[in-house]
Write a protein that binds this ligand. Sequence first.
Ligand SMILES: Cc1cc2nc3c(=O)[nH]c(=O)nc-3n(C[C@H](O)[C@H](O)[C@H](O)COP(=O)(O)OP(=O)(O)OC[C@H]3O[C@@H](n4cnc5c(N)ncnc54)[C@H](O)[C@@H]3O)c2cc1C
Length: 381
Amino acid sequence: MTDTPLDFGDPEDLERLRNDFRAWLAGHPLPERPADEPLPVFLHRWHRQLHSGGWVGLDVPEQYGGRGLTALHQVTVSDELGARGAPGVPRIGYLAHALLRFGSEEQRRRLLPRMLSGDDVWCQGFSEPGAGSDLAGMSTYAERRPEGHYIVNGQKLWTSYAQYSGLCLLLARTDRAAPAHASISAFVLPLDRPGVTVRPLRAANGDDEFCELFLDDVRLEESERIGAEGDGWPLAMTTVAYERNALDTGHLSKYGLLIERLRRAAHERRKLPDGLLSDIGRCAVDYQVLVAHARRRTAERLAGQSAGPESSVDKLLMTRAEQRLYETALKVFPEELYGEGGEVLGDYFYSRAASVYGGTSQIQRNIIAKRLLGLPVGPRA
Ligand SMILES: Cc1cc2nc3c(=O)[nH]c(=O)nc-3n(C[C@H](O)[C@H](O)[C@H](O)COP(=O)(O)OP(=O)(O)OC[C@H]3O[C@@H](n4cnc5c(N)ncnc54)[C@H](O)[C@@H]3O)c2cc1C
C-alpha cells in the first residue's frame, strides 16, 4: 500500500482531456451493431474508431504507439465511455502493460503499436483443463531445441475469442525440474502457426466466447519468448492485476449509471419494499468503496508502484459490487426478466462469471490471507 500522499493529477488537465474526448465522441458516435454481427467483431470496429482519434493506449509511451500520458488520462477516457453506456476502451491494457514490463525493446516497438491500433487482435492462453486456479500446475510444455527454437505441445482452455484473434499471449512450462513458479515462460503465439488448432466452444447461453487451443509440435522462435525463461509467472501476475481493477476495465462508471437508474426508480415509484431500498443502499456503499479503492490503486501506479497482491482486494470488491448490483437491478426492473430481456439481464448473467474469470473469489481470498495478512498455511483439511 502506498505511503506517499495520493496523487490524482491535475484536475484541469483531466477536465480538458474529458472535454476533448466528449467533442470527439460527438462526431464519432458508437457505431450501429447489425443483429448478426458477432460481439468481438463489433468491438473491434469500435476499437479501431477509438484508436483513429488517439483514444487507445493513452498511458503507453509514444515510441510504442501510445500517447505518453498517465494512467489517470487512460481511466478518464474509460470513465467517460462507461458514463455514456458505451463499451470501454478495448481491454488490451493489461496485455500492453505486461509487454511494456517484460518485452524486449524490439518486441515493444514491433508488437505494441499494432496491438493498440487493433491491427493485431490478441487473446490470452493461460488456463488449461487441469490448471485454472492452479496455474503453476500447467502442463503445456515448450521444449528448447539445441538450435535455439522451441517445440510446444499442450492444450489451453477458456481462451476468450481466440477464433477472432491473430496472436495469443501463451504461457508454457520451459523447465520440468525447476519449482513451478520459476519454470513458466511467456510467448507470442501466432494462431496461424502450423500445429495450432482453435476450437470454439458454444456455451449454454449460445455465446461462443470460449475456445480450446490445441498445440501439436508448434515451433516458436527464441525471439517469440517474452522476457527471460521463467518470467511467465510474474508476467501473468502483472496481467491479471490490471484485469482486476474496476477503473482499468471501465466498469466503474457503468455501475454508477445503473445505481443512478435505481435511485431514480426508487424516487419515481415510491413503493419499493424496504428490503429492496436497503439493497439499493448497499449497492451505493459497495460502489463508493470500490471507487475509493480504484482511485488508490491508480494513485499507487502514478507513484511508480507495480501491481501486486492488493489487486485481489479490488477483484473481490468489484465482484461483490457487480453481482449485488445486477441482482438488485433485476428485482427493481422485473420486466427485464419476464419481458424480452434487455441489457440488465445480459449483464446480470455475465456478472455471475465475475467470481471466476481473472482468478476465482476463493483464490483471491487465499492470496489475501497468505500474502497480505501473512497467515500461516495449515495442513489441508
Ligand atoms: C468469462 C471467462 C473468461 C475467461 N477467459 C479466459 C481467457 O481468455 N484465457 C484464459 O487463460 N482463461 C480464461 N478464463 C478461465 C479462468 O481464468 C478460470 O476459469 C479460472 O482461473 C478458474 O479456473 P478453473 O475454471 O480451472 O477452475 P478450478 O481451478 O478447477 O476451480 C474450481 C473451483 O475450486 C475452487 N478452488 C480451486 N483451488 C482452490 C484452492 N486452492 N482453495 C480454495 N478453492 C479452490 C475454485 O475457486 C473454484 O470454485 C475465463 C473464465 C471465464 C469465466
